[in-house]
Ligand binder design. Structure first.
Ligand code: PLP
Length: 456
């Protein structure tokens, strides 16, 4: 039962720096939710699955990101990229906040439509669509979609000739974490041919789309893309098209948002008059920091000190790994930082073996920010952290230092696990690809938007 209590807006204090709800900061609230769950599980004596990895989602953090967006990009309507994180509680909140949705497949369109979202708030933002999905899209009423090549135009003409098309153009995504322009986007020299063919086929070109690459870091990429988009609007006008929508894609991160949004807002206002509708497809910006993942240590191997002066170290095996929610290490170039959670059953009870004090000797520790290998005065133990599958690639961290002695049954948690994690988890080796999410809401102002949530 994930939703148990309704929010009461009256019992919070709001300070200048931190907002506390029920006497807790957002971090404390998430920590309490993690603790509450793990204290219900005795990993030495529970049913299979009870000790599975789980998420704590802070919907208040999503709400705060939305407010940042509205404040800094008031002209641009976000269409959340469902591929980034299809968590149902998250999507319901974004729906209530008035966001639209960027869907890449039939399943994503079905999920969002099943929530009752108006098809006009959905964009099928995949320039190369599966034919049968496209046929199905006709029935859903979703009309907006992207294209970037002639073959796709012929396909659309055949299957969905009344669709509203956005021409996706190439961008300079060289400063991004995950490049997309090697796969999608028409180069500017192909634009005349594509517009002419669309005209010849009698198709409705309604706008331009671009994506500067996921995890983008160069604001100039936005500036250049906006100028190119303006050029496409002008070229289309010569052919008799009245384009009315610009889709600025995703690529925003929480850290770069202030710089990026300032450049984007200015460029949009400079190039596009107010009657042009501006949308975007943010993913990571909304969700990355809102999800925390807790994993159970299912096994531990002692690696004895060698004669070459190496210390004894420990390999910790968790029940989630790169084939699961840590797929972000492989696909999204992330470096999740482990933090220790202590469950009551482990503190009070059984330990397979303790780590002798004499082995606590590497001289390093993770600091409060979780940064690795900062020299510390306090002694620490060397660990490596692994996922549960039989594949050697399934490694979360090849070296991690902690002053905590960790054993089977202990828990580790990882912050910033809300983007490109659960969506690309697999069932490899028979481990689960779906994990429980416990929702909390650290933002009192979001009370009217989130559903009853777990109070911690
Ligand atoms: N839109 C499209 C077409 C994408 O391919 C992606 C990510 O791959 C996104 C939006 C979301 O990007 P981000 O999470 O960087 O905002």
């Amino acid at each position: 039962k994930d939703y148990v209590d309704t929010i009461s807006v009256s019992d919070y204090e709001s300070g200048a720096e931190t907002v506390k709800y029920g006497g807790k900061t957002p971090k404390e609230m998430i920590g309490a939710a993690l603790q509450k769950h793990i204290d219900t599980v005795d990993p030495q004596d529970c049913e299979p699955g009870d000790e599975d990895a789980f998420f704590v989602a802070d919907l208040g953090e999503v709400y705060r990101q939305h407010m940042r967006w509205k404040q800094q990009l008031p002209r641009i309507t976000p269409h959340f990229a469902v591929k980034c994180n299809p968590d149902p509680g998250l999507l319901r909140l974004l729906d209530k906040l008035g966001a639209g949705f960027d869907c890449a497949s039939k399943a994503e369109i079905d999920q969002v439509r099943a929530m009752g979202v108006d098809p006009a708030r959905i964009i099928y933002a995949n320039p190369c669509k599966t034919t049968s999905y496209l046929k199905r899209t006709v029935k859903t009423g979703v009309k907006q979609m992207t294209f970037d090549n002639t073959d796709e135009l012929y396909k659309i003409k055949h299957i969905y000739p009344t669709a509203e098309l956005f021409l996706r153009i190439c961008t300079d995504d060289s400063a991004s974490l995950c490049r997309l322009s090697n796969k999608f986007g028409a180069s500017m020299d192909k634009v005349p041919q594509l517009l002419a063919l669309a005209k010849e086929l009698g198709l409705d070109v309604a706008g331009v789309a671009f994506h500067v690459g996921s995890g983008a870091s160069d604001p100039d990429a936005f500036r250049k893309a906006i100028v190119d988009a303006r050029s496409v609007f002008d070229q289309a006008a010569v052919l008799g098209y009245q384009l009315h929508t610009l889709d600025c894609g995703g690529g925003f991160t929480s850290d770069t948002f202030d710089d990026m949004s300032a450049v984007l807002a200015e460029a949009v206002d400079k190039e596009f008059p107010p009657h042009v509708r501006i949308i975007a497809e943010p993913g990571r910006f909304y969700t990355s920091s809102a999800f925390t993942l807790a994993c159970n240590v299912i096994a531990r191997r002692t690696v004895e000190a060698d004669n070459l002066g190496g210390n004894t170290s420990y390999m910790l095996y968790m029940n989630d790994g790169v084939y699961g929610n840590f797929s972000s290490i492989i696909f999204d170039h992330q470096h999740p930082v482990p933090r220790v959670l202590r469950s009551q059953s482990c503190v009070d009870g059984y330990k397979y073996s303790t780590i002798p004090e004499s082995l606590v000797d590497s001289g390093y520790g993770s600091d409060a920010d979780g940064t690795f290998a900062h020299p510390r005065e306090k002694k620490a133990i060397t660990y490596s952290i692994w996922g549960p599958t039989c594949d050697g690639i399934d490694c979360i961290s090849s070296e991690w230092y902690s002053t905590e002695t960790l054993d089977i049954g202990d828990w580790l948690y990882f912050e910033d696990m809300g983007a490109y994690t659960m969506c690309s988890a697999t069932k490899f080796n028979g481990f689960p690809d779906k994990h429980k999410t416990i929702y909390v809401c650290s933002e009192p102002a979001a009370a009217g938007f989130v559903e009853p949530y777990t109070r911690v």
